[in-house]
Write a protein that binds this ligand. Structure first.
Ligand code: RFL
Ligand code: PHB
Length: 389
């Protein structure tokens, strides 16, 4: 088999790239280790930057997003019983959209299927060969059959645990990492959101986030210990802990109900450099991870897809290698800024086990500065709605 761009990973990065390439008549095949239902069962991101929405428009897959997404023009930041609002619209003229990653991925799968796009599921032993030459190929097994696909380019969109990053030799690859000493316990519940905007809450018991998917579906998170397991937390214990961490005004009106999903995510900052090796390009979580505070993961994956798509378009349409040659440099420049913002926002709002009284005072002073300083709110808002591509 042969294709122009072989995409490894059928998550949002891989599907969006494949769909964008199709709009330009560039063919691709997507390999996914899991099934479509498994991918759609993962509850992850909820907040989309305008840049992401623009890419969905370009890919011709944004009709449902525009009909169903909820526009948020600001967010609340709470400290114990007190809170203030950062107005994105006022500071940047741009809102963010609340629309689940599950829905984005479903829209992309529907579009690829409607266009007859090639996708192969349940792939095992995916191995990338000759990436440093002009004739890369990938071997894998599916349904017990060994397969080989030759391609012009390989896009490694296979997430943090994929094979693409590992294919780049250690002599070339440099990794930067920070592990945070806590996780997020998240639940999804069929209850109305406690507030019409998100609430990022810092409390002496730890961080909490009130988010949503729609008017009848809420997503809540609490900072938890890395040794906790979701099954250790009954729904009642979760709700009680969440209530202790958000201002009384909101805990008094919080509607609770059974959780329909409960999971723990560790928090990590991670970047690999470079994001390109020969004809292999890394996109999204395959190349970088951010802690979820600030909602930058999926959005940063999308900016990678933008740079790679532009590079490949230039190659196929104008015979120019300029875009693909500068892919890593362009993508990383934006990635590091998203890393900085996510690290800053996480550090600002969480309780750290080794935090001294001095550290706590610094955290409070910084939150107070954000509360009272227009320039600080402006910087926060610009980062939250997404820096330009
Ligand atoms: P994904 O989604 O991990 O998809 C990679 C796909 O590759 C497949 N795969 C392979 N396929 C073939 N061969 C192999 N060898 C393979 N190895 C892996 C996997 O099965 C998978 O289907 O990466 P992608 O596409 O780069 O997308 C990245 C996003 O999923 C991620 O950044 C976000 O979910 C992060 N994130 C958030 N991002 C935001 O922008 N806004 C948010 O509000 C937000 N909230 C979150 C989040 C992530 C969370 N968790 C659980 C990590 C909230 C949470 C709780
Ligand atoms: C979510 O709704 O899942 C969500 C929202 C904002 C974040 C992280 C996660 O910063």
């Amino acid at each position: 088999m042969r294709t122009q761009v072989l995409v490894i990973g059928g998550g949002p990065s891989g599907l969006l790239l494949s769909q964008l390439l199709a709009t330009q008549g560039i063919d691709s095949i997507v390999l996914e280790r899991r099934t479509k239902d498994y991918v759609l069962g993962r509850i992850r991101a909820g907040v989309l930057e305008q840049g992401f929405v623009d890419l969905m428009d370009q890919a011709g897959v944004s009709a449902r997003l525009h009909a169903e997404a909820i526009e948020h023009s600001g967010t609340l930041i709470a400290v114990e019983d007190d809170y203030f609002r950062v107005d994105f619209q006022h500071h940047t003229g741009t809102p963010v959209l609340v629309y689940g990653q599950t829905e984005v991925t479903r829209d992309l799968y529907d579009a690829r299927e409607a266009a007859g796009g090639a996708m192969i599921f349940n792939t095992e032993n995916v191995t990338i060969h000759d990436a440093e030459t002009d004739t890369p190929y990938v071997t894998f097994t599916t349904d017990g059959q060994d397969q080989r696909i030759d391609a012009d380019f390989v896009a490694g969109c296979d997430g943090f645990h994929g094979v693409s990053r590992q294919t780049i030799p250690l002599s070339v690859r440099r990794e930067y990492e920070k592990i945070y000493p806590f996780g997020w316990l998240g639940i999804l519940s069929e209850t109305p959101p406690v507030h019409h905007e998100l609430i990022y809450a810092s409390s002496h018991r730890g961080f909490a986030l009130c988010s949503m998917r729609n008017e009848a579906l809420s997503r809540y998170y609490i900072q938890c210990s890395l040794s906790d397991h979701p099954e250790d937390w009954t729904d009642a214990a979760f709700w009680a802990e969440l209530k202790r961490r958000i201002p009384k005004e909101f805990s008094d009106r919080l509607v609770t109900g059974p959780s329909i999903e409960k999971s723990i995510a560790p928090l990590r900052s991670f970047v690999t450099e470079p994001m390109q090796w020969g004809r292999l390009f890394l996109c999204g979580d395959a190349a970088h991870i951010v802690p979820p505070t600030g909602a930058k993961g999926l959005n940063t994956a999308a900016s990678d897809v933008h740079y790679l798509f532009q590079g490949l378009k230039g190659y196929y349409q104008d015979g120019s290698e300029a875009g693909i040659d500068t892919y890593s440099q362009n993508a990383l420049a934006r990635v590091w800024k998203a890393e900085r913002f996510s690290w800053w926002f996480s550090t600002l709002l969480h309780r750290f086990p080794d935090q001294s009284e001095f550290d706590l005072k610094m955290q409070r002073a910084e939150i107070d500065f954000l509360r009272t300083n227009e320039a600080a709110q402006n910087a926060m808002a610009e980062n939250y709605v997404g820096l330009p591509y």
